[in-house]
Design a protein around this ligand. Structure first.
Ligand code: PLP
Length: 352
């Protein structure tokens, strides 16, 4: 790894006063180039723009994939990342599906540890805040022929993630648009999945909703994901979520939340969940909670659900009675290094 440190750090305390997610980039970025069938040596250098031709293939055919993770700091100034191997494996699954090259561990994992160590002063300490880590790969070959690129850039960027008051959101259950189809790329973290979701999201926003609960693309009968998060529901005292599939992304938060729910002895079922089942449970008063799971906010509660033209309101549970809030606290306490880490999920970033 080549390391070219910034002459003078851009860090100052006002960075941590920002209230916007992912706009305050740290001093450094990691860049690696793929060409002639192999990856060159990764370089950590000052963060900033790179030059690309408008003919770069990612702009035309969308070979772009990414990951999202976070670095946390405890009160002893130790810096941790959370289950990075999971993101590494998923990145390479996404790469394979988009016909992009595999990234070696020495670049992804070792690069991640090195850049977070170099920019460790950018990791905030307040509970709920973190340094967001964005690994990304995109096609750079200069050509407009419709095929996969022979050249790529892999980069790791770091940006401040503030804590914000998380009020429950309202979600509409999709009955027309779809996020993912069988045999498609739903399980991959590729840019195109996001691009295709923005218009349907803007449509429901016009109706006053915050997000969409995506359903299966064939019948809109089963719930699959919520916005860009995995979705879970609580009916009575049972926690339900769909199994991962080609259409459902295998979230690290989903997996962690399910493990913690199991540890806590919650009644858990992993199986397809019907929209009708949710609606019927609402009618009978059994639909207690619906929430999304993802790295950005860990767990987001939904208190208003749109079934077609009908908008229903979920009960407001006391904090100690909510599965969502209990699981969220358990997971965050592990991530922030406040409690034991029984599953070995935290990875400490050692000082070089
Ligand atoms: C990133 C993502 C998730 C959440 O994954 P985490 O690993 O928990 O952050 C869920 N669904 C989609 C569609 C995603 O892109």
């Amino acid at each position: 790894m080549i390391i070219e440190k910034i002459a003078e750090s851009r860090f100052n305390d006002s960075v941590f006063e920002s209230t916007v997610f992912g706009k305050e980039f740290s001093d450094h970025m990691l860049i690696a180039h793929y060409k002639d069938g192999k990856w060159g040596e990764a370089t950590i250098k000052p963060y900033g723009p790179i030059t690309m031709t408008p003919a770069a293939m990612s702009f035309h055919y969308g070979q772009t994939i990414f990951e999202g993770m976070k670095a946390y700091k405890n009160e002893n100034d130790d810096v941790f990342i959370f289950r990075p191997e999971k993101n590494f494996e998923r990145f390479n699954l996404s790469a394979a599906r988009l016909n992009m090259p595999q990234i070696p561990k020495e670049i992804f994992i070792d690069g991640l540890k090195a850049i977070v160590d170099i920019d460790r002063q950018w990791v905030p300490q307040d509970y709920g805040t973190s340094l967001y880590i964005r690994p990304v790969m995109f096609a750079t070959e200069e050509a407009v022929s419709a095929r996969s690129s022979n050249e790529y850039i892999f980069a790791i960027l770091l940006a401040y993630a503030p804590s914000y008051y998380e009020k429950p959101l309202s979600v509409k259950i999709a009955d027309f648009y779809s996020r993912a189809a069988q045999g498609g790329v739903g399980f991959a973290k590729c840019g195109g999945n996001y691009a295709a979701s923005f218009f349907p999201a803007s449509e429901v926003q016009k109706e006053g909703y915050d997000q969409i609960i995506w359903t299966d693309s064939i019948e809109h009968k089963y719930i699959e994901e919520a916005g860009t998060m995995n979705v879970m529901v609580r009916i009575g005292n049972k926690l339900l979520t769909a199994p991962t599939s080609e259409r459902i992304l295998n979230g690290v938060t989903r997996d962690s939340v399910l493990t913690l729910a199991k540890d806590a002895g919650y009644d858990l079922e992993i199986r397809p969940v019907e929209v009708k089942e949710l609606y019927d449970a609402y009618k009978s008063g059994e639909l207690k909670e619906v929430f999304g799971c993802g790295t950005a906010v860990v767990i987001t509660q939904y208190d208003t659900i749109g079934f077609g033209d009908e908008r229903v309101q979920l009960p407001h549970l006391a904090e100690e009675d909510s599965f969502a809030l209990n699981l969220k606290k358990k997971l965050k306490d592990i991530q922030y290094g406040l409690v034991e880490d029984p599953h070995g999920w935290r990875v400490k970033i050692e000082k070089a």
